[in-house]
Design a protein around this ligand. Structure first.
Ligand code: SR1
Ligand code: MG
Length: 419
């Protein structure tokens, strides 16, 4: 496929012929495209994802479609999101080496990224539904969130470089607009693409009647759209993480933008909490033990995040923010400043966490943790606990002591019959 060839979506049939000249692919899979096996495995909401296998190995070929796959071509979406995903992957790889798949090739015209095939990794959400443990998960995720947050901000980056990056990613307009609508607005009114489990109506009415809640959600949106503190992954849920029993990677950063330092870890915790609340429908005798393991992942991820952030504060605070000249060089301790930055991070994180817990049950694009529960009479009460805890988090985001307090709250809601 020559440079500048007009965009065309790949198919299982056309891929070998069209990509035969891409040396980054042939050198890893084998030089004879006739010997390649191609499988389309994309189960996300937006893109085509192919596994290409050959005598010498396997790679992933990911191609953006010019529309939202989940909805169809009635909802066009720009191909340029692959460009931002590519740039996000390179930055994440630099900021937390080994945390994301290696990129082998990027073709802007075809909106196509060829990258490392992760094996035997599977989507973390599937492991959580199946009741599997992942060793080292919290340490990996806490470090990833802290490193990408800190190293993508002016706590660390040279200011001109960071400002250039903010300008670059500001071109990713339509994708953040999805988050602005589906996450921050649609759950709180009768939006066209919404859906919910039958039986949740009283809980939904309660959320929508809560003006204070909607104000807090809009304040979080205001920070999301106007606070360019760091480069966020933007869609860090358990479907954007691939794990084995002892190794994990973060994938799929096409929702990248510059945003609040606490955004990713907040969204991540929400997805663990939804895994937690859905477990009564997925587990048997091991229910209590497995739910406690999920809570331990939340608590440990947050404490690793905090420890790593404080470590980076001491060792890599080379940007214009809170410079050493104002503190350490004058014999003063900057810990109170770090405490204050972290307090804001957690305030933002817990608000985003509660909002994400709402959107996955109320607007477009629900998650399998709940959706796989076929019996709505089982699903609705579990989602109700999740929705009401989400509201509690949004209301009390600024005053929650720490992640352990959030876990204690989850245990309380898990015992409640709210329908
Ligand atoms: C129309 S896209 C819906 C959702 O899928 C992505 O994975 C994001 O979570 C987005 O909100
Ligand atoms: Mg995705």
């Amino acid at each position: 496929m020559g440079a500048g060839t007009a965009y065309e979506a790949l198919t299982v049939e056309t891929l070998p012929e069209r990509l035969r000249g891409v040396s980054a692919l042939a050198s890893r899979v084998g030089n004879d495209p006739g010997a390649w096996q191609v499988e389309e495995v994309g189960d996300g909401n937006l893109n085509l994802v192919f596994i290409v296998s050959g005598p010498s190995g396997k790679v992933i070929v990911k191609q953006a479609l010019p529309y939202v796959r989940l909805v169809g071509d009635s909802w066009p979406l720009p191909l340029y999101r692959a460009y931002f995903e590519y740039h996000a992957l390179t930055r994440q790889a630099a900021r937390d080496p080994g945390a994301v798949p290696t990129v082998y090739h990027f073709d802007e015209a075809q909106a196509l990224i060829i990258m490392e095939y992760l094996s035997p990794h599977v989507i973390l959400r599937r492991k959580l539904i199946a009741g599997e443990h992942v060793a080292g998960l919290a340490a990996f995720l806490g470090r990833f969130c802290a490193r990408t947050a800190f190293r993508g901000s002016e706590l660390s980056m040279p200011s001109p470089e960071k400002k250039a990056d903010v300008a670059l990613f500001a071109g990713n307009v339509e994708i953040p607009a999805i988050t602005e609508a589906l996450v921050f607005a649609d759950p709180y009114f009768d939006a066209e693409m919404n859906s919910h489990t039958e039986g949740l109506e009283p809980v939904i009415a309660r959320l929508r009647a809560d003006v204070g809640l909607k104000v807090k959600v809009q304040q979080a949106l205001q920070r999301f759209v106007s606070n360019t503190e760091t480069m966020v992954h933007g869609d860090l849920h358990s479907g954007s993480i691939m794990s084995t029993d002892s190794d994990s990677r973060v994938i799929d950063p096409e929702f990248v933008q510059y945003g609040p330092l606490g955004f990713d870890i907040g969204m991540l915790c929400a997805n663990f909490l939804m895994a937690y609340f859905s477990q009564p429908a997925h587990r048997g005798e091991d229910l209590a033990t497995y739910q406690e393991w999920i809570l331990s992942v939340i608590a440990d991820t947050c404490s690793v995040f905090e420890a790593e952030f404080r470590d980076l504060w001491r060792s890599e605070r080379t940007g214009i923010l809170y410079p050493q000249t104002l503190f350490e060089d004058q014999g003063q301790d900057s810990t109170p400043a770090c405490d204050a930055v972290l307090a804001e991070i957690w305030r933002d994180a817990w608000a985003v966490c509660g909002i994400e817990m709402h959107r996955r049950c109320l607007s477009l694009a629900h998650n399998a943790d709940f959706e796989d529960i076929a019996d709505v009479r089982v699903r609705a009460p579990l989602e109700a606990r999740n929705l009401l805890m989400g509201a509690e988090l949004i209301h009390s985001a600024a005053t929650l002591a720490d992640a352990k307090a959030v876990c204690a709250l989850a245990r309380d809601f898990n015992r409640k019959d709210v329908l």
